[in-house]
Design a protein around this ligand. Structure first.
Ligand SMILES: Nc1ncnc2c1ncn2[C@@H]1O[C@H](COP(=O)(O)OP(=O)(O)OP(=O)(O)O)[C@@H](O)[C@H]1O
Ligand SMILES: [Mg+2]
Length: 487
């Protein structure tokens, strides 16, 4: 038998940072999917992982020697309200490895049973949300957006009770760490300065090692997280992604997207779009994401205050200064990304107006966000000959855009098409397809839709002849929010 072991770097932190796991074996675990290429890039033994011992580990039932899982303590603001004690109530950090590129990557199970932080929860996850997290996080990775990755999905053979009984499942995911804004809030709320400093040192060493040498490393840490999150949210906005639950316990210090709960991609362009019934008031709507990210980062800055200066009076303006950089950083990344989406290589004073005018036209005509940009990335749209029908309503705007393109240095239409198609996906995991995939798996035990959707969405920038149905927006009757979700 091949042996399997992982480091457990996080447990070198003091005891109160985590709780050791008590395992709860499941009845009849079955592997739904193992991400072979990801496993290989982590140096993991694919054969062992897909065998009985691997399955026992991936379902949280039994750990091989050398794997000592822990649940992490954290706190967090949920929908604006502070909860001082959250933590991994249904997640277990198995350990970490160094991947082929030299980056430390942690492996965590979600849905593997109760922990010291479960509160009233059952520690479990339903199959639907596990499949959603698998497909959407892998699609995000393929789109080039920083994210946790999906390593494996396992069905437990047990039911979990939600609104109705649902099949239970566990996802194994990979992240460069699972430290959240809420992890810092946990120690700040307890005025545990030693813990706070140890966590900050750990986060610096793991994610931003170069700032250890900065004159003010903790300020530099805050600045780097602010920049990473500004860039991340700009990427979400450029791809039409709605996270759905941007609480401080769902914002990773690494700048990776984490917690694919009520997430979805926007179809018709409308900044007020939300998908989740838990967010009726639209706090985390598409268009609110930049300001909600800044809100969460402000909570991080508050938590870090004791590390920024001798006393709070001195620390507050320092933190405010750092937070002040968010807007400029977000705008710079967003506008650069928007230029790339429109095939523009140069900057011009009225670019922002050009972009706003496109978005307004999209909103007025209820255009599909992804399809519009993909259509703009075609020969016909760029040259003005054989313009895709989808762009019929964009006449005056198209003329303005083409004039702007003409003013740029020479470049062939085909080079522009190629460059634009590398940033404007043809395929994103549309919510109606995700919902249909979940229904097939849950109602009929049919995972073929899961496999098919995953295959298409992990090649988002390629034209895939025969897969046109996956690029089609929902019909009005198919426009569902998260109807079939559990958690
Ligand atoms: N079924 C459950 N049993 C126990 N705790 C739960 C359960 N569902 C959620 N929680 C806990 O409630 C808090 C908020 O949950 P949230 O939905 O943001 O996170 P999550 O989806 O469980 O996981 P993550 O953020 O790690 O992706 C977390 O502390 C989480 O561990
Ligand atoms: Mg969460």
């Amino acid at each position: 038998m091949t042996s399997f072991s992982l480091r457990q770097t996080y447990s070198q932190l003091p005891d109160h940072f985590y709780a050791s796991a008590v395992l709860t074996p499941v009845a009849a675990p079955r592997l739904i999917k193992l991400n072979g290429p990801l496993a290989q890039s982590l140096g993991l033994d694919v054969d062992w992982l897909s065998g009985p011992d691997g399955l026992a580990m991936l379902s949280g039932s039994c750990m091989p020697q050398g794997v000592q899982p822990v649940a992490l303590a954290y706190a967090g603001h949920q929908f604006g309200h502070f909860v001082p004690q959250l933590g991994d109530g249904r997640a277990l950090l198995l350990g970490d490895v160094t991947d082929a590129s030299g980056q430390v990557r942690e492996i965590q199970l979600k849905g593997s049973g109760r922990t010291a932080y479960s509160r009233r929860g059952d520690g479990r996850a339903a199959l639907g949300p596990v499949l959603r997290e698998y497909v959407v996080s892998e699609a995000m990775a393929a789109l080039g957006v920083p994210t946790t990755r999906a390593l494996a999905a396992v069905i437990t053979g047990e039911q979990v009770m939600r609104e109705t009984p649902l099949p239970g499942a566990v996802i194994a995911r990979v992240a460069s760490s699972h430290i959240r804004v809420g992890t810092f809030q946990f120690f700040a709320a307890r005025q545990d300065l030693t813990g706070l400093r140890a966590l900050a040192d750990f986060a610096i060493a793991r994610h931003y090692p170069d700032v250890a040498q900065a004159p003010a490393p903790y300020l530099a840490l805050l600045e780097r997280v602010i920049a990473a999150q500004a860039d991340l949210v700009a990427q979400w906005m450029l791809k039409g992604f709605i996270h759905g639950v941007m609480n401080t316990d769902n914002m990773a210090i690494s700048g990776e997207t984490i917690d694919y709960g009520p997430c979805a991609f926007m179809e018709q362009y409308d900044p007020t779009t939300v998908f989740s019934f838990i967010d009726e008031r639209g706090r985390y709507a598409y268009g609110n994401q930049p300001s909600m990210a800044l809100w969460d980062l402000t909570r991080l800055a508050e938590a870090l205050l004791p590390l920024l200066a001798e006393d709070e009076e001195q620390a507050v303006p320092v933190a405010q200064d750092a937070l002040g950089a968010f807007e400029g950083r977000f705008q710079a990344t967003y506008l650069a990304g928007f230029r790339a989406k429109l095939g523009l290589k140069t900057e011009q004073a009225d670019d922002t107006d050009l972009f706003r005018s496109l978005l307004e036209t999209m909103q007025e005509t209820q255009a599909d966000f992804t399809q519009t940009f993909r259509a703009l990335s075609s020969e016909g749209a760029i040259s003005g000959e054989n313009v895709p029908e989808l762009l019929a309503a964009f006449g005056p705007w198209l003329a303005r855009w083409r004039q702007r393109l003409a003013g740029e240095e020479e470049g062939t239409v085909s080079a522009r098409v190629a460059a634009m198609q590398k940033v404007n996906p043809a395929f994103i995991p549309r919510n109606h397809l995700v919902e249909a995939m979940i229904r097939a798996a849950v109602d009929e035990g049919d995972f073929s839709k899961f496999e098919a959707l995953l295959a298409v969405c992990t090649r988002p920038y390629d034209d895939q002849p025969g897969k046109e149905a996956y690029a089609r927006p929902a019909q009005p009757s198919e426009r569902v929010r998260h109807t079939f979700c559990g958690t």
